[in-house]
Structures are given as structure tokens and as C-alpha cells.
Design a binder for this molecule. Structure first.
Ligand SMILES: NC(=O)c1ccc[n+]([C@@H]2O[C@H](COP(=O)([O-])OP(=O)(O)OC[C@H]3O[C@@H](n4cnc5c(N)ncnc54)[C@H](OP(=O)(O)O)[C@@H]3O)[C@@H](O)[C@H]2O)c1
Length: 271
């Protein structure tokens, strides 16, 4: 049986998607992977139990994929996308997760007939806990959207928008967001060491606190603000710290500025 899905690029994010699909019961025979990197190619071949192609020209002539997933770096997309134009068909959809590559960019390279979904996932996809926002073009019908939803759901939650311009802010919030949280863990560890803890202990406390608070946030139905209030007694230690973090020059305006900078950069990169 010819593969019904072609995955172009099987690095960190492509690999996470592949793991998600296979663990959800997709048959390895349904997936053809194109990946020039030797290590990533060998890792993908081990997962699949069959060969991985070094380039799209190696794909069998009878492959008529229902989905082509682009998971290569934006910098190489100029070489990658046009090579898949031959797969444009009424029931085929192109799903790109490349940051900053717009629907117009793909339309230019794949032609006006191509059904395209542009999506922005984030790194917790590697543990099945990502969140993705996806945007379809006018050619992408309900069946295409459903298919992409299933594929993206394999690594976490999925939201949809018809307004592609929102993807810059999405990139700035959830795409880049995990890095802000990692920085929080770094800063908390450093502050703990400065407050007198052994460095290793401070690191463990910071890591477990960020991860544990994240898990609570994941499981609890309450808004983060409610969870925060629940652990803040008036006049207590948490309140003392929050009076600094919530000062007019505290975390709120800083994060707003950071998110604006990321959104601006995302718009610049998209050209
Ligand atoms: N990681 C994230 O959190 C995240 C979040 C949102 C969106 N994304 C998007 O996801 C995409 C992939 O990111 P990543 O972090 O997974 O990068 P990555 O680990 O570098 O994966 C990209 C893979 O594509 C391979 N590749 C290069 N040229 C290729 C070609 N011509 N055909 C097929 N495969 C090719 C690379 O191989 P080599 O190693 O040999 O170059 C690499 O294994 C990017 O466009 C990024 O914007 C990533």
C-alpha cells in the first residue's frame, strides 16, 4: 500500500509528530518520511521499521498522499516546498508547521489549487502536551481540516483560527512561551542560591516548582488568577514576593513587552 502521509523533515518537531501518530495507532506503512539528516533518518527508520527517503525524488512513483506535512526549518523551505507540488490534488492537504511561512508563501510554490493548513505548535509536543493553533486556506475543506486536527491532536491540544495574522501573536505566546517558562525556572534557581541555598538544591526546587505548578494548572479547572489567590495569604510570604512581581514595573509589563517583541519579530520574519 502506498503511504497516505508524507512527512518532510523528521527532526525535533517532525519526530514528535511521528511518535504521536504511531503511538495512536497509525500504521507505519501509511507514513513515508523524507529526511536528509543521517541521524534523524536512522531514528525515523527505527521507529517505522522501514526505510526513510533522503529526498522527495526517492518517493515511490505511486505515492498519492492525502497529507504532506512540512516540518523542516523555515530556512530550507524554499528548496523543499516546490518539490512536493506534484502531490497537489483535490483530496490532498499540505500541513506546514514552519514558523513564519505564510499561506501565501505556500500558494506561490504549490499553486492556487493546493489545500493548505498553516499551524504553529510548541515544544511540549515532544511529551504530548503541546498546543497548536492552525489556520486553513480557502481550498482546505472540512475533511482536510479534520485530518489535520487528528494529526496535530496526536501531540496535544489544537485550536483553529481563520485569521492568519493571529499566528504572529500565537507564536509570541505559545510558540516561544516555553522558553519564558524555562527562564523562570532558571531565575528562580538563581534567586534561591542567592537566598542561601546550595545551587543543586535550588535548581531542583525551581524545576519541581515550575513543573508541579504547570501540572496543577493543567489539571485544575480554575483560572490561574484563582490558583494564585488560593496560595496567597494576606500579609504572608507569597504576598511579600507578589508585591514585587505585581508592582507597576513588575512581571506584567515586562511580559507584555516580551510578547510584543516576539510578535514583531514573527511579522518581520514572515516578510
Ligand atoms: N521546535 C519547536 O518548538 C517548534 C515550534 C513551532 C514550530 N516549529 C517549526 O517546526 C519546524 C521544524 O523545527 P524543528 O525544531 O523540528 O527543527 P529540526 O529539529 O532542525 O528539524 C528539521 C529537520 O528537517 C530536516 N531537513 C532539512 N532539509 C530537509 C529537506 N530538504 N527535506 C526534508 N527534511 C529536511 C533536517 O535535517 P538536517 O538535520 O540534516 O538539517 C532536520 O532533521 C520549523 O519550521 C519550526 O519553525 C518548531
Amino acid at each position: 500500500l502506498a503511504a497516505s502521509l508524507v512527512l518532510a523533515g523528521c527532526g525535533k518537531m517532525g519526530g514528535a509528530l511521528l511518535d504521536g501518530w504511531l503511538s495512536r495507532g497509525m500504521s507505519a506503512d501509511d507514513v513515508a518520511v523524507v529526511e536528509p539528516g543521517v541521524e534523524s533518518r536512522e531514528a525515523a527508520a527505527r521507529r517505522l521499521g522501514h526505510g526513510v527517503h533522503a529526498g522527495p525524488e526517492e518517493l515511490p512513483a505511486d505515492v498519492k498522499p492525502g497529507v504532506v506535512v512540512f516540518a523542516v526549518k523555515p530556512q530550507v523551505m524554499d528548496q523543499v516546498a516546490p518539490a512536493y507540488r506534484r502531490f497537489v490534488a483535490p483530496d490532498a492537504v499540505f500541513l506546514s508547521i514552519a514558523a513564519g511561512k505564510t499561506i501565501a508563501y505556500f500558494t506561490e510554490r504549490l499553486g492556487g489549487e493546493a489545500a493548505i493548513v498553516r499551524a504553529m505548535p510548541n515544544t511540549p509536543a515532544a511529551v504530548g502536551r503541546g498546543i497548536t493553533v492552525a489556520c486553513p486556506n480557502a481550498r482546505a475543506g472540512a475533511a482536510h481540516v479534520r485530518r489535520c486536527q487528528e494529526l496535530l491532536e496526536a501531540v496535544g491540544e489544537v485550536l483553529w483560527t481563520d485569521d492568519e495574522s493571529q499566528l504572529d501573536a500565537v507564536t509570541a505566546v505559545s510558540g516561544s512561551g516555553p522558553a519564558y517558562v524555562f527562564l523562570l525556572a532558571e531565575c528562580l534557581a538563581e534567586a534561591g542560591a542567592a537566598a542561601g541555598l546550595p545551587v543543586e538544591m535550588a535548581r531542583r526546587l525551581a524545576r519541581a516548582t515550575v513543573a508541579g505548578a504547570g501540572e496543577l494548572l493543567h489539571r485544575a479547572p480554575e483560572e490561574p488568577e484563582v490558583l494564585r489567590r488560593n496560595v496567597t495569604s494576606p500579609g504572608g510570604t507569597t504576598a511579600a514576593a507578589l508585591s514585587i512581581l505585581m508592582a507597576p514595573d513588575g512581571l506584567r509589563p515586562l511580559l507584555a513587552k516580551a510578547v510584543q517583541a516576539a510578535a514583531r519579530r514573527s511579522r518581520e520574519l514572515a516578510g
